[in-house]
Ligand binder design. Structure first.
Ligand code: HEC
Length: 702
C-alpha cells in the first residue's frame, strides 16, 4: 500500500475510533491500526506490527527526546518484556509475572500484583525465566505464570478476579508467552518441551469468567487413546515409532495472532521433543504440526490450514516467532499476507487466506537448506545436515537467526525491521543411546551429546536488518553488539527503535539505518519499546533488563557485556520530547571475579560427574561452562560454593527459592558435592586463564 492511501485510511479510522473509546480495550481498539493513542496488545494491534502511526517524535526532532522518568524494579531477574499502554496507564510484567500499573505521565506506581510464583512453582521454577508480556481486555489485565496459571486482574486495583491452572503440576510446561485477547476470549499456549515429555497445545478461556472454551493440541498423542480431532489423525500419519512416549513437543510458547478479517487465530509451534528426530520419529516423517503456522477457527479452535516451515525438525527450529498480518504487493497486486521470520534463517510470505507459500528467501546465514521450493512449499535441504555423519556445524543453531524478539512492520514504507542473530549450532548424537532414550523431567533433553563448553565472546554476532518483504531482499543492515538484542519498534515518524545488549537504546532512520539518537540505559535491554499518547503528548517506554535465553545460557558471549542481575537494576524508562530527567547513579559493567580456595583438593572424577549434572540442570540459568551471562549469579564467583554446607542449603535445601533459585531436592549429598567440585574446578581454571592473559598483556607492554 502506498503511504498516501494508508494515511487517508488512518484519518477515517481514527475518527471512528474516537467515538467508540472509553469502554476500555476491545476488538475495535485492537483492530484499529490508525489510532496511535494506545498500545493495547503485544504487537499494538491485531496486525502485530509493533508499529505506531504516531509521528510527534520524528526524524526532525529526535535529538530533543529525553527521559521523562525512570522507575527502578527491585529484585527482578527478567526484563524481556513488552509493556502495554492504555488511557495513560502503563502495564507490564517483569520477573516472575509481577504485574505493575504505572501512571505513564508521572511514573507513579498505581498498583503491583505478585502471584507469588516462587512460593508455589516447585520444579517448574527451573524451566523458565519469566513471561514476555501481558494482555488487557475491557477492565481486566491477563498474565501467565511459570507454574502454569492464567490470571485475570482488575485493571483498576490489581486485585485478582480469576485464576485458571492451564497445565498439570507434574508436567514441565510453563507459561512464558503473552496471552492474546479478542472477542471475549483469552488464548494462551505454553513452553517447556526441553524439560519433559510434553505435547504442545493452546487453550481459549472466557475472558470474563475464565471458563475453558476450547483447546487445540499441536502434535498427536497415542493413537490407541483415539485422536481429539481429524487434524490429529492427519498429523499422526507423519510420525513414526512411539513418539507419544516422548511427548513430541510443538509447544506454542510465543506467537499467537488473531485475524479479525477471517475471525481466525494463527498459532506458531515450536521444536520437537527431543530435538533429535532420529529418536523422536525414527522412521522419519514431517512430524506435523511441529515448526508450523496453524490457522484455527477463533470460535471453536477447529483446524483450518497449516504451513510447516521445517518438515522433520531436528535442530530446535521453531515457528514461534512473530506472525504479522500485512497487505503487500506480490507480483504487482496487493495481497493479504502473513510475514514470518522464524528461527531457520528464511523470511516467509504466506497467503493469509489459504496458508499457501508465496515466497521465502534467506534473510540470515542458513546452511541447513539451499532454498525453499515455492511450488511445494518445502525446503531443499543440504546433504548431511541431519548429522547423519555426526557432528555437524549448522547455521543457524537452536537459538535461531531470529527469536521471539519482536520485528516491526512499517505499513507506510512496507519494510520489516528484524533483530537478527548469527550463531551456529553443533549437532552431534554420537554415543547417544537412541533406542533407550527417555525424556527425563528436569533434564535438558535434546537427544544430542551433552554440551559442556563455553560460548566465547566472538561465537556469534547480530544485526538490525531492514527487509523488504515484497522484493524479499535486504534494504539495509547495521551491526549490533553481541548476540542478544531487544525487539524493534517502528513509527510513522520515520524511526526504528531498538534496545541493545550494551545497554544503549538507539533510534535509527528507517530509510537508511543511520543512528540518530541513543540513550545509555546502563543495563542490557532485551524487551521491545512501545510508544503511545498521554495528556496529548507522545511518550516512549521500555523495560530495561537483561533476560531470557541469551543472558541465561550463553556464557562468555553474554558475560562480555558485564551485566549482573544483582548489581545492575532493572528499570522502566519513559521518554518524551524535552524530557530532562536523568538516571540515578548506576554501577558500571562488571566482570565476575572467580574465587578459589587453593587448599581445596579437587577430585577430577567427582568434578566430571558434576560437569554433566551442571550441563543438564544448571546451565539454563547460570550459563555455559559456569560462566554466567548475567541473568543468575556467576557460580565461579559465588562464596556460597566455597563451603559444602552453604552450597547444599541453597541447591538441595532451597534457601534462595523465594528469590528464584529452584530447589533440587532430588540430588543426593554426593551429587551436590560433585556439582560443587565442578564449579571449584571451573573457578580455578578461569582464574588461571585470567592470570595468564594478564601476564601476556604485561609482556606485550615491554
Ligand atoms: C531457573 C534458573 C536457575 C536454575 C536452573 C538454577 N539456578 Fe541457581 N540461581 C538462580 C537465581 C536467579 C539465583 C539468584 C537468587 C538470588 O537472587 O538470591 C541463583 C542462585 C544460586 C546460588 C547462590 C549464589 C549466590 O552467590 O548467592 C547457587 C549456589 C546456585 N544458584 C546453584 C545452582 C545450581 C548448582 C544449579 C543446578 C543444579 C542451579 N543453581 C540452577 C537461578 C537458577
Amino acid at each position: 500500500m502506498k503511504y498516501s492511501r494508508f494515511s487517508t485510511a488512518l484519518v477515517a479510522a481514527a475518527a471512528a475510533w474516537t467515538m467508540a473509546a472509553a469502554s476500555g480495550v476491545d476488538d475495535a481498539m485492537m483492530a484499529n491500526d490508525a489510532d496511535g493513542s494506545n498500545w493495547a496488545t503485544y504487537g499494538r494491534t491485531f496486525s502485530n506490527w509493533h508499529f505506531s502511526p504516531l509521528a510527534g517524535i520524528n526524524e526532525g526532532n529526535i535529538n530533543r527526546l529525553g527521559l521523562a522518568w525512570s522507575l527502578e524494579l527491585p529484585g527482578i531477574t527478567n526484563g524481556a518484556t513488552v509493556p502495554l499502554a492504555v488511557d495513560g496507564v502503563l502495564y507490564f510484567t517483569v520477573g516472575q509475572s509481577m504485574v505493575h500499573a504505572v501512571d505513564a505521565v508521572s511514573g507513579r506506581l498505581l498498583w503491583k500484583h505478585d502471584p507469588e510464583v516462587t512460593r508455589v512453582a516447585g520444579h517448574k521454577l527451573r524451566y523458565t525465566w519469566g513471561p514476555r508480556g501481558l494482555a488487557v481486555w475491557k477492565d481486566k489485565v491477563y498474565v501467565g505464570t511459570t507454574d502454569g496459571r492464567l490470571i485475570a486482574l482488575d485493571a483498576r486495583s490489581g486485585r485478582e478476579v480469576w485464576s485458571r491452572m492451564t497445565v498439570t503440576p507434574e508436567d514441565s510446561l510453563t507459561l512464558t508467552g503473552p496471552p492474546r485477547v479478542f472477542g471475549g476470549l483469552v488464548v494462551i499456549g505454553n513452553a517447556g518441551s526441553e524439560w519433559g515429555a510434553v505435547r504442545g497445545y493452546v487453550t481459549a478461556y472466557d475472558a470474563e469468567t475464565g471458563e475453558q472454551r476450547w483447546r487445540f493440541y499441536t502434535v498427536p498423542g497415542n493413537p490407541a487413546d483415539g485422536f481429539e480431532d481429524e487434524a490429529m489423525e492427519m498429523a499422526a500419519r507423519t510420525w513414526t515409532g512411539e513418539w507419544w512416549k516422548l511427548g513430541g513437543g510443538g509447544t506454542v510458547w510465543h506467537a499467537i495472532t488473531y485475524d479479525p478479517k477471517y475471525h481466525r487465530v494463527y498459532i506458531g509451534t515450536g521444536n520437537g521433543a527431543p530435538w533429535n528426530r532420529k529418536i523422536r520419529s525414527p522412521g522419519g516423517g514431517d512430524n506435523l504440526f511441529l515448526c508450523s503456522i496453524i490457522a484455527l477457527d477463533a470460535d471453536t479452535g477447529r483446524y483450518l490450514w497449516h504451513y510447516q516451515t521445517v518438515p522433520g525438525e531436528t535442530w530446535d527450529y521453531n515457528s514461534s516467532m512473530d506472525i504479522t498480518l500485512a497487505t503487500i504487493d506480490v507480483a504487482g497486486e496487493p495481497r493479504e499476507v502473513i510475514l514470518h521470520a522464524p528461527k531457520n534463517g528464511f523470511f516467509y510470505v504466506l497467503d493469509r487466506a489459504t496458508g499457501k507459500l508465496l515466497s521465502a528467501e534467506k534473510s540470515g546465514k542458513a546452511t541447513w537448506a539451499e532454498r525453499i521450493d515455492v511450488e511445494t512449499g518445502r525446503p531443499v535441504e543440504v546433504a548431511g545436515v541431519r548429522y547423519e555423519e555426526s557432528p555437524a556445524l549448522i547455521w543457524p543453531g537452536g537459538i535461531g537467526s531470529h527469536n521471539w524478539h519482536p520485528m516491526s512492520f512499517n505499513p507506510g514504507t512496507g519494510l520489516v525491521f528484524i533483530p537478527t542473530m548469527e550463531i551456529a549450532g553443533l549437532y552431534d548424537d554420537k554415543g547417544v543411546d537412541r533406542k533407550r532414550f527417555a525424556m527425563v523431567r528436569g533434564d535438558l533433553n535434546t537427544g544430542l551429546v551433552e554440551f559442556t563448553g563455553d560460548a566465547p565472546p566472538d561465537a556469534g554476532r547480530s544485526a538490525l536488518l531492514a527487509w523488504d518483504p515484497a522484493a524479499q531482499r535486504q534494504v539495509w543492515r547495521v551491526d549490533t553488539p553481541g548476540l542478544w538484542n531487544g525487539g524493534t519498534l517502528s513509527t510513522a515518524g520515520g524511526l526504528v527503535f531498538q534496545g541493545q545488549s550494551d545497554g544503549m537504546l538507539n533510534a535509527y532512520a528507517a530509510a537508511n539505518g543511520q543512528r540518530l539518537w541513543s540513550f545509555d540505559a546502563k543495563m542490557g535491554i532485551t524487551g521491545a519499546p512501545i510508544t503511545y499518547e498521554a495528556d496529548g503528548r507522545q511518550y516512549l517506554s521500555v523495560v530495561v533488563g537483561w533476560g531470557a535465553a541469551g543472558p541465561a545460557f550463553f556464557g562468555s558471549l553474554s558475560a562480555q557485556h558485564g551485566w549482573q542481575a544483582r548489581v545492575h537494576p532493572h528499570r522502566v524508562l519513559t521518554f518524551v520530547l524535552d524530557g530532562n530527567d536523568s538516571l540515578p547513579a548506576t554501577p558500571p559493567p562488571l566482570v565476575a571475579q572467580p574465587v578459589d580456595d587453593p587448599a581445596l583438593k579437587i577430585d577430577p572424577a567427582q568434578a566430571a560427574q558434576g560437569e554433566s549434572l551442571y550441563a543438564r540442570r544448571c546451565n539454563a540459568c547460570h550459563g555455559l561452562a559456569a560462566v554466567a551471562g548475567g541473568f543468575a549469579p556467576d557460580l565461579r564467583a559465588s562464596p556460597v560454593g566455597l563451603a559444602s554446607e552453604s552450597f547444599r542449603a541453597v541447591v538441595q535445601g532451597g534457601a534462595l527459592e523465594l528469590a528464584g533459585m529452584p530447589r533440587f531436592d532430588e540430588f543426593s549429598d554426593e551429587e551436590v558435592e560433585a556439582l560443587r567440585m565442578y564449579l571449584r574446578r571451573r573457578a580455578r581454571e578461569s582464574l588461571a586463564a585470567m592470570r595468564a592473559e594478564a601476564r601476556a598483556g604485561d609482556n606485550s607492554d615491554h
